[in-house]
Design a binder for this molecule. Structure first.
Ligand code: 3EB
Length: 342
């Protein structure tokens, strides 16, 4: 059984100490996350993106039932069972300093490592990817770094026999990380393909026009996967975009409400594809806030939609379009009907 918990670094350390066998992998957020990682056997993504002041939940832990195997394949560290695998790849741009476009080359290398590792393990299909691009809104060779990342990512998909649009494109988030940090990609993968879900209110990102870069981003709006008796819905980073345009520039509350309308629209599609009865109140949220001082008003909007008991991690991060003030991703896990009835 797959589970997701948002917890403190101390709680994750206790879990790692007392029941490491059920941990699949984790991501921890903030400057000190990397140092903590060395004490774990399981893959840990050290995300150099700061939690918001006062927020204690700084780790995202995925667990599963065993038996699990783990290892390293080139730049990829992994751990998984027969159904699902957690993978982490970190690439230093300095390794590609000789290239005309080091971030683009590093992005391609990160995804090449992921695809080669996954192919070798038989967990060929990416379900969900988290991308943390250092200085994402900065420039490399006259191009915004997020756009250079998109070129490298798409090249790797194509070179490794993956489609870059349609039903098997993974869900994803792409956020900033501290300048100088390594490019960090972590992911969930499986031996079978998930069902990609799009949002009828938004143009598919893989069809975005050239205004947003020479290559469209390679991600779907959500992915839905069934594991035995369980369903996993992962909703991609979602923002105040309708069609392909940013709405409500400069207004963080309106951006949050538009984002929630988009998440709700994705959820409606997911219900059509089988996530029966899943609602906004059932999801785990990760919220990326450009300006830390906006968090209280964003949180108030989220709680209005998802309830005050909502599970959330809140981070200060640059979002991949300079005019976006907030991006929200979500995860829903539920027992499939056959299982619930049993
Ligand atoms: C958007 O909807 C906002 O490049 O992987 C969200 C989620 C965004 C994933 C990615 C980008 C990505 O276009 C940005």
């Amino acid at each position: 059984m797959l589970q997701l918990h948002y917890l403190t670094a101390e709680a994750l350390a206790r879990t790692a100490l007392h029941s490491p066998q059920t941990l699949l992998g984790a991501a921890c957020f903030g400057r000190s996350a990397g140092a903590r990682g060395r004490t774990f056997e399981v893959p840990l993504a050290p995300v150099q993106t700061e939690p918001l002041p006062g927020e204690a939940l700084v780790c995202e832990a995925w667990s599963a039932s065993g038996p699990m195997l783990q290892g390293r394949a080139g730049r990829m560290q992994w751990r998984g069972n027969a159904e699902v695998l957690f993978a982490v790849v970190q690439v230093h741009e300095a390794d590609f300093a000789a290239s005309a476009a080091p971030l683009q080359a590093a992005s391609q290398a990160a995804y090449a490592a992921l695809f080669e590792g996954l192919d070798a393990l038989g967990h060929t299909h990416l379900l969900r990817v988290w991308n943390h691009v250092p200085d994402i809104n900065g420039f490399e060779a006259d191009m915004e770094r997020y756009r250079a990342f998109n070129i490298g990512r798409q090249d790797a998909f194509l070179r490794h026999g993956r489609t870059v649009q349609g039903a098997s494109v993974p869900a994803a988030s792409a956020l900033g990380a501290a300048a100088g940090a390594p490019l960090l990609v972590y992911a969930l993968a499986a031996p079978r393909s998930a069902q990609a879900i799009e949002n009828p209110r938004q143009l598919s990102a893989y069809h975005y026009p050239q205004d947003y870069g020479p290559r469209s981003p390679t991600f779907s709006r959500a992915s839905l996967m069934q594991f035995g008796g369980q369903r996993l819905l992962t909703i991609s980073g979602t923002a105040s975009i309708v069609g392909h345009r940013t709405l409500h520039v400069g207004d963080v509350e309106e951006q949050t409400r538009e984002t929630l309308r988009n998440i709700d629209a994705v959820l409606q599609q997911a219900r059509i594809h089988g996530a029966v009865g899943m609602t906004l109140a059932d999801l785990h949220y990760k919220v990326y806030v450009r300006h830390a001082e906006d968090w209280p008003s964003i949180r108030a909007e989220l709680q209005r939609a998802a309830g005050t008991q909502m599970h959330a991690i809140a981070l200060q991060a640059d979002v991949c379009r300079a005019d976006l003030l907030v991006e929200v991703e979500a995860v829903g896990l539920q027992q499939a009907a056959e299982e619930a009835a049993a």
